[in-house]
Every structure is written in C-alpha cells, then in structure tokens.
Design a protein around this ligand. Structure first.
Ligand code: NAD
Length: 501
C-alpha cells in the first residue's frame, strides 16, 4: 500500500528491476513541487549498467518466464488486481503526480481514474483477443493468423501526465503478454515506481515490469539502442523522437512515437457559442497547456470572432490559478522556470510581430505565486499564421487566435502546421462538422468536445506528431506480432515428377 501522504516527507526511490526495488546507491535527482519549490521526492540517477540490467530482466522474463504463455484470463486477473490496488491508493497516486508535475490535484485525480479504466479495459482485451482462421482456401488448406506478444517493450514517457501516459501503454502491453522496461521522465518518476510496486503486489511476476530512472541521454538512449528491446514506445517531443529513430536503427526495433502537437479549435458561427467558450478554454488551459493535444490555436469565423474573443477574455479572468494541492485550482504551475521563460518568449515574440494580448501575457509572481512557476492564462488575438506562436508547440496556457472566412480557409489554416495530433470542430451543423472533420490531417478530431476520450478509442498522430496508436484495440495490437500458420492436410500433391512418370 502506498503510505498515505500527510505532511511533507521527501519520498526516495531506487530503481525497480526483476521484482526488487533497490536502495538508491548513486547520485539522486531532486524533485521539487513546481508550485512551491519544496522538495517532494528524489529519484536515482541510474546509469547504463542499471538500464542494461533492467532490459536483461525483462528479456529473461519474456524468453524464460511464463507471462507470455499464460492464458488471457490469467493475465486479466493480474490486471484487474492492479486496477483495484490503484483504486485503493488513488488519492496517494493523484497527490504524487500533482506534487511532481505541478498540475491541480483535481486533474491528477482524473488521470488516476482514467488510468484505472484503461487497466480494466486492457484486462478485458487480454481475455477477448483472438486471431483469425481462413477456412475458404480449399478443403485441404487452412490458414491461421495468430497474434503473439511482440517481446520486450521499452517505454519512455514525459513529465506532463506521468501516470496516464504510462498507463496508455503498460496495461495494453501486459495484456498482450509482453514484458517491459519503463524510463519515466527524470522530473516525475514517482507514480511509475509506485505502479511497479503495486503491480508486484497484484501478482505480476518478477522481471515482467521494470523501471529505471534517470536522464534520457544515457538511460533513455540505451533503451533506444538496445538489441534486446523489440519494441520502443515513446511519448515526448518531436526532436527527441527523431533522435530515437536514429538510435534505434541497430536492430530495426519497431517504434511507436507519440510526439508533439499544435491542435486547433475551429469555431463556426453556428456553434453553441456558450459551450464553445468553455470548450476552447478547457482545450488550451487543461494541464496549464502542457498537453500534447492542447487546443493552442483558435480559428474562429469572422462573423463570430469579436464577440467570441470578448467572451473568452471575460471568462478567463474568472479562472483560478493555484498551487497543485489547492482543491479549487483550475490551472496549476508550469513544470520549471526555464519552461516558463520559453513560453513567455513566444508571447513577447508574437507581440513584437503585432499580435494583440487580450488577457494575461505575464508570469504570476506575488502572494501564493511567489515561490513557484505560474503564468496567467493568456489569449492573443490577430496572430499571424506564419508566426512562431501559430506554428510551433508552445506547451503553455496561451491561446493564439486567428480568423477565417470560408471552410476551405479554416481547413488550410488548421493543416498548415507540421503537427497532426488532434483538432476540434465546434458547429451544430452536421454537414460542416463532418466535411471539415474529414479533411483535417490529425489522428483525432473532436466535434463539439475536446480532450475527450475512452480506453476503447485509439489516439496518435500523423505528420511530425509521430506514428503508431495507443489505446483501443489498435493500441493493444501495437504490442503484438502477427504470425501466419499455413496448414496443408491430406496427401501432398507432388511438385517434382516421379522418375517413373
Ligand atoms: P522530452 O522529449 O524532452 O522527453 C520525453 C522523455 O524522453 C523523457 O523521459 C526524457 O528523459 C527522454 N529522453 C530525452 N532525451 C532522450 C534521448 N536522447 N533518448 C531517449 N530518451 C530521451 O519531452 P518532455 O519535455 O518530457 O515532454 C513534453 C513533450 O512530450 C511535448 O513535446 C509533448 O507534445 C510531448 N507529448 C506527446 C504526447 C502524445 O501522446 N503525442 C503526450 C504527452 C506529451
């Protein structure tokens, strides 16, 4: 059980390899609450030898252990036990993620609930997964298309949703019969290590799930290079994604890349504008805008633009920024000061190019915000589609507003960035919503909603947002390998003529 977190006690974690959590022996990475700058945890700065040991444990568990050959029902039992332990410890898991990443506690609770739901859904997939039999190939020829676990999976995750993004991968991989090594972000490793403990308590055999903490340049790079890793599932920035593609070339391991995004919320005048105001703000401010599917751009039709932007500005001033454990906070702290500076530079760059700040635009530094990294939710109008603010991933609570006149123009603007993770369409006209939605180049399109989802629904990107899918049956299949078994029955028709013929 995760000890209830009452007062500020610094949590210290080692790495988790082959069913054992070791005491940290080397250097430690300090983890500070981004909202208060108090130290909340420390993680081991593991080295390449520890990464090698973690991969070796996963390799052994796959090649020699019984996890891959257990029945789906047996694997499902362990996953359901894990889900119920996560439910038991949900408040501690939420608090760990909130304190380490800076997100408001009520959002962290949502991440835990979604992670539990995905674990339970993956348990169902473990039971129902099946292959195909081809029985119309002729009376003596039968084809079986079977799905096997793909082997050892390395998982590398970022800091913005430490638990949720792990659980978009891990239960699906375990359901398929794979073994795994995870390297969480060095900034937010706590919940991943707690999941390793809970999985062991749930009955997951030693070596099936290993966690090794530390920098991407050493530990992460080793996982990308390792010849003993069969599949690498990466969530993070597009730049690191590219580095991983190069590093992984040695054994041609399969990759799944969930990378950056630059989603647009496209608002038509026939939308329910009250819903759209709430949805557009939720889309851009959810998790302080530190979200790959953040609706960082608003494309609004000229006919509705002025009143819509005014309504957004009025509403945004009522929202509450707060420290992560503030129960009433809508928006939390930015991960660290270097990131806050980067976001602010985008704002001043856009202003210098003639864009107009209609709300926010600056850091929050006084009163409860004195110690941490906070930014006022920001809306910037008249943003040029060629500006960096419009084109690049900002990863902060900043909405860039541009206007359009026609459907074609809206689609062209939405598709004009290098990313293709998600977009949202706000319109009550089904023809508009479908016609526009189908022409948007992104892995997900939301209609009259945003940052929505369910464990059954796959997500992923196109263009520079990566490839591969997570969640749903498509996400499960990423962790399987297709094998074809071709069976001839009866007496073989000889290919070679016999000597007597
Ligand atoms: P990041 O790319 O800097 O780091 C992600 C992970 O990769 C971390 O664990 C890091 O230690 C590791 N890493 C860094 N260098 C590495 C290397 N050379 N080899 C192997 N691993 C390495 O990303 P971040 O700053 O932690 O997270 C923010 C980024 O993640 C944003 O770009 C965001 O869009 C993206 N993201 C994408 C999704 C998605 O589903 N598409 C979801 C969340 C976040």
């Amino acid at each position: 059980m995760i000890a209830p977190i009452t007062e500020r006690a610094v949590r210290t974690y080692g790495v988790f390899i082959d069913g054992e959590e070791t005491r940290p022996s080397g250097e430690l990475i300090a983890c500070k609450d981004p909202g208060t700058q108090e130290m909340v945890a420390q993680f081991e700065r593991a080295d390449v030898a520890q990464a090698q040991a973690a991969v070796a444990a996963a390799r052994r568990a796959f090649d020699e252990g019984d996890w891959p050959s257990r029945s789906g029902a047996e694997r499902a039992e362990v996953l359901r036990a894990l889900a119920s332990l996560m439910r038991r410890d949900q408040e501690a898991l939420a608090r760990i993620d909130a304190e380490e990443s800076g997100k408001p506690i009520r959002l962290a609770r949502g991440d835990v609930a979604a992670s539990i739901a995905m674990t339970e859904y993956a348990a169902a997939l473990a039971v129902t997964a099946h292959g195909d039999a081809h029985t119309s190939l002729g009376p003596d020829f039968t084809g079986l298309v079977i799905r096997e676990p793909c082997g050892v999976v390395a998982m590398i995750t970022p800091w913005n949703f430490p638990l949720l993004l792990l659980m978009q991968k891990l239960p699906y991989a375990l359901a398929a019969g794979c073994t795994a090594v995870c390297k969480p972000s060095e900034l937010t490793s706590g919940s991943t290590l707690e999941i390793a403990r809970l999985a062991a308590e749930a009955g997951l055999p030693a070596g099936v799930f290993n966690v090794v903490t530390g920098p991407g340049s050493t530990v992460g790079n080793h996982l990308a290079r390792s010849e003993d890793v069969d599949v690498l599932s990466f969530t993070g920035s597009t730049d690191v994604g590219r580095a991983i593609v190069e590093a992984s070339a040695g054994n041609l391991k399969r990759l799944s890349l969930e990378l950056g995004g630059k989603a647009a919320s496209i608002v038509f005048p026939d939308a329910d504008l009250e819903d759209a105001v709430d949805g557009v703000l939720f889309g851009v401010l959810f998790n302080q805008g530190e979200c790959c599917v953040s609706g960082a751009r608003l494309l609004v039709h000229e006919d509705a633009a002025d009143r819509f932007v005014q309504a957004l500005a009025d509403r945004v001033r009522e929202l509450r920024v707060g420290v992560p454990l503030d129960e009433a906070a809508d928006i939390g702290a930015m991960i660290h000061s270097a990131h806050l500076d980067k976001v602010l530079a985008y704002v001043s760059g856009a202003e210098a190019e003639g864009a107009r700040i209609v709300a926010g635009g600056s850091p929050l530094t006084s009163g409860p915000f004195e110690a941490g990294c906070f930014m006022a939710p920001t809306i910037i109008d008249e943003v040029s589609p060629t500006s960096r603010l419009f084109q690049e991933e900002v990863f902060g609570p900043v909405l860039a507003v541009s206007r359009f006149r026609t459907h074609d123009e809206a689609i062209e603007l939405a598709n004009s960035v290098e990313y293709g993770l998600a977009n949202s369409v706000w319109s009550k006209n089904i023809d508009t919503a479908l016609a526009v939605g189908r022409r948007l180049r992104s892995g997900t399109v939301w209609v009259n909603t945003t940052i929505d989802g369910a464990p059954q629904l796959p997500g992923g990107g196109v263009k520079s947002s990566g490839y591969g899918r997570e969640m749903g049956e498509a996400g499960f299949e990423e962790f399987t390998e297709v094998k074809t078994v071709q069976i001839r029955s009866g007496k073989r028709t000889p290919f070679f003529r016999t000597a007597s013929a």
